[in-house]
Design a protein around this ligand. Structure first.
Ligand SMILES: Cc1cc2nc3c(=O)[nH]c(=O)nc-3n(C[C@H](O)[C@H](O)[C@H](O)COP(=O)(O)OP(=O)(O)OC[C@H]3O[C@@H](n4cnc5c(N)ncnc54)[C@H](O)[C@@H]3O)c2cc1C
Length: 264
């Protein structure tokens, strides 16, 4: 399974906000629950989905959503009338409790611009959402000599899930950039797996730059057989991939996706 395989997965799930809490200064955890979520497969790792939110006027109608978010499904979504179409963004399952029909989702509280980040900071119990399962971007390679993970705060839920679900014998290094030291979260990496947190010293620093510097200073010890996963701000992801490829990591062993774009 990889990032593009989600297009083949079918199924719209509806749920409601059960509660929310600010887990760190820049992260809000929203718990969603409902009967439908007892059917959502537990895929672990960086399991992600398309999240459909109430419209800004509070209106909710998920009845006309496509069953899949492939090209045809996306076109169907775009053809919904603008005044009824629910906003959509991409998010990761942070914790999954299938038997309770609940998932936790960690939203970066990145200010007042946009839709999902601001919505999460005000989310009220009972608010309705829908999601379309997209599977996993990370597929553990049995022959990986080590795992190299890179991300910013938006990828922290994905990196946390990968570290939690990795084979306990897998060595590796995770480079995680966060806005502030207080945004660290407890993680469950395999024993001996190094997690390097990098906190931006200044709120005006370009997101991703610290992590990119650390990536560019690092050459994986066995580049031909490492497995790499890069997620977060677009430039961090693109430049990290460029560095790894020039260090000898085969493109086929690098899963990557730009999550969002910082202003230049
Ligand atoms: C597979 C996948 C999984 C993801 N999982 C998560 C997740 O679990 N948690 C999470 O928080 N994000 C996650 N993201 C990233 C999230 O989809 C984007 O950050 C999205 O842009 C947020 O939507 P929004 O409505 O808040 O802002 P938008 O309307 O998309 O953007 C509005 C403005 O906010 C800025 N912005 C957007 N995101 C951020 C950010 N993180 N930090 C600073 N500025 C930002 C944009 O540059 C823009 O100027 C994931 C993305 C992908 C592709």
């Amino acid at each position: 399974m990889g990032f593009n395989d989600g297009r083949k997965i079918e199924g719209v799930y509806t749920a409601a906000v059960v509660g929310s809490e600010r887990v760190t200064p820049h992260m809000v955890r929203v718990t969603f629950g409902g009967e439908d979520l007892t059917r959502l497969p537990r895929r672990g790792f960086d399991h992600w989905f398309r999240l459909f939110l109430p419209r800004p006027d509070g209106a909710v109608d998920f009845s006309a959503l496509p069953a899949k978010f492939n090209t045809a499904g996306y076109l169907k979504y775009l053809r919904l009338k603008a005044d009824v179409r629910p906003p959509v963004r991409n998010y990761t399952v942070r914790n999954h409790r299938p038997e309770a029909g609940e998932i936790d989702v960690d939203f970066v509280a990145h200010g007042t611009t946009g839709v999902a980040g601001p919505w999460a900071q005000q989310a009220q119990p009972g608010e309705q959402i829908a999601l379309i399962d997209q599977g996993r971007g990370f597929d553990p390679l049995a022959d990986a000599s080590g795992v190299f993970l890179v991300g910013d705060e938006s990828a922290l839920p994905a990196l946390a899930g990968i570290l939690r679900d990795l084979d306990r014998k897998r060595p590796g290094l995770a480079i995680i950039e966060i806005p502030d030291d207080a945004d660290r979260q407890p993680l469950d990496p395999p024993p001996g797996f190094e997690v390097r947190w990098l906190a931006r010293a200044n709120p005006h620093d370009r997101p991703g730059q610290l992590a990119l510097n650390a990536v560019q200073d690092h050459t994986p010890p066995e580049p031909a057989t490492v497995q790499a996963y890069l997620a977060g701000e677009q430039r961090l992801v693109a430049e990290s991939r460029r560095h790894l490829v020039s260090a000898g990591v085969p493109k086929s062993r690098i899963a990557f996706t730009g999550y969002w774009k910082a202003p230049n």
